[in-house]
Design a protein around this ligand. Structure first.
Ligand SMILES: [Zn+2]
Ligand SMILES: [Zn+2]
Length: 376
């Protein structure tokens, strides 16, 4: 017997898979709502810092600098960023990227760096993510100091930043503390919990969510959207609360592009996991998830309504797809069994060669059947 391949249950229990799609959409709408609030706060922080730095250094109003790269501002060595190996640092790698002990020639960037540090709840900005030459021109490069340390280097704006990243800015940047009603200094605050929902949905091992978990996810995301402090900061509400309520009761009409975007987004995470996963069986499981997502994506394209799709239609489309998959798998199973029976009916006549060939043929059939199942 070949080692058992842990499988994503294909066909998936449709209600749990549908729950997962609803959870992923709920995270999407929550992100859409909090993103502009985070952008506003970070822009305010950037402008406020630049203003303070200019006045305390007697610089003309509106002074900026784009000459200092992040490496110039970080002393060598700095824990978790660079270390010197045999006298050579691969971070401060050449003359242009050396640390500047005298600071920014325009008196801005090193001051900005210390403001960024002061505003970081854990005093550990993610300098690996950010490009300091853009701190004065793109506030999101400052926001990136408050993201998790890895994986955001190539992101240049909020919309390219995932839910986990956006929420991390709220949790790590102290500017939100005085404004959000919930206590952000405490572990398990509503944003912490929201971040966990996002992670759980994104890394769901089999793209399924139980009913009780789904209800809890909706409650947590609602707590974020209805926090009085957040509501006060939210200058242009986008009806996420109503969208979540309709999503929960299956009444929402969704843009097809939104469903596709949500699926593609998770698909990208899965692709990354496939690339980084060393364990071949886990890799196979991720591949199956990706195939499922791609199939649903194709299915959505087939739904003829223009632009929008109702949740009910989406559900029935997924159901139909699943029925087809089940039927195909049953057919493969029965054909495989018949093939094996036929081969086994061939007499051995005690010849070792024939026996081996028989066994090999059976193995080949089983392999082919497994492959077909994963392709479906
Ligand atoms: Zn260094
Ligand atoms: Zn500078």
């Amino acid at each position: 017997m070949a080692a058992a391949v842990p499988t994503v249950s294909v066909p998936l229990s449709n209600s749990k898979f549908f729950n997962w799609i609803k959870a992923a959409l709920a995270v999407f709408y929550t992100k859409e709502e909090i993103e502009p609030v985070v952008i506003d706060e970070v822009k305010y922080f950037q402008q406020n810092c630049l203003h303070t730095i200019s006045s305390s250094n007697s610089l003309p109003a509106g002074s900026t600098c784009s000459k200092c790269c992040t490496e110039n501002l970080i002393v060598c060595p700095t824990n978790r960023i660079c270390n010197v190996n045999r006298g050579k640092c691969y971070y401060h790698k050449n003359v242009a990227t050396q640390f500047r002990p005298s600071g920014c020639p325009n008196k801005i960037c090193h001051n900005l760096k210390s403001e960024i540090e002061k505003a970081h709840r854990y005093h550990g900005p993610s300098y690996k993510n950010t490009d300091a030459t853009k701190w004065c021109s793109n506030a999101w490069e400052i926001a990136k100091c408050y993201l998790p340390p890895d994986g955001y280097k190539d992101v240049s704006n909020a919309s390219e930043t995932n839910f986990n990243g956006i929420i991390s800015v709220i949790i790590n940047h102290k500017g939100f503390e005085a404004k959000i009603k919930d206590d952000l200094s405490k572990k398990n605050n509503i944003f912490d919990k929201g971040r966990d929902v996002g992670k759980t949905v994104r890394h769901s091992p089999n793209l399924e969510v139980e009913d009780t978990d789904l209800t809890q996810y909706f409650t947590i995301l609602n707590n974020i959207l209805t926090d009085p402090g957040f509501v006060a900061m939210n200058k242009s509400p986008n009806n996420a609360i109503q969208k979540l309520a309709k999503l929960q009761s299956d009444d929402l009409i969704i843009g097809k592009d939104v469903v596709r975007k949500v699926l593609d987004d998770v698909g990208k995470t899965i692709q990354e996991q496939i690339r980084n996963e060393m364990d071949v069986y886990k890799q196979k499981t991720e591949e199956r998830k990706l195939e499922l997502i791609n199939s649903v994506n194709l299915k959505i394209k087939d739904i003829e309504e223009k632009g929008n799709v109702s949740l009910a239609k989406l559900k029935s489309s997924i159901d139909a797809f699943e029925t087809k998959v089940t039927e195909s798998i049953q057919e493969i199973d029965s054909r495989t069994r018949k093939g094996i029976e036929t081969i086994e009916s061939v007499t051995n006549d005690g010849v070792q060669n024939v026996k081996e060939e028989k066994e090999n043929a059976i193995k080949e059939i089983q392999k082919a059947a497994e492959k077909c199942k994963t392709i479906l």
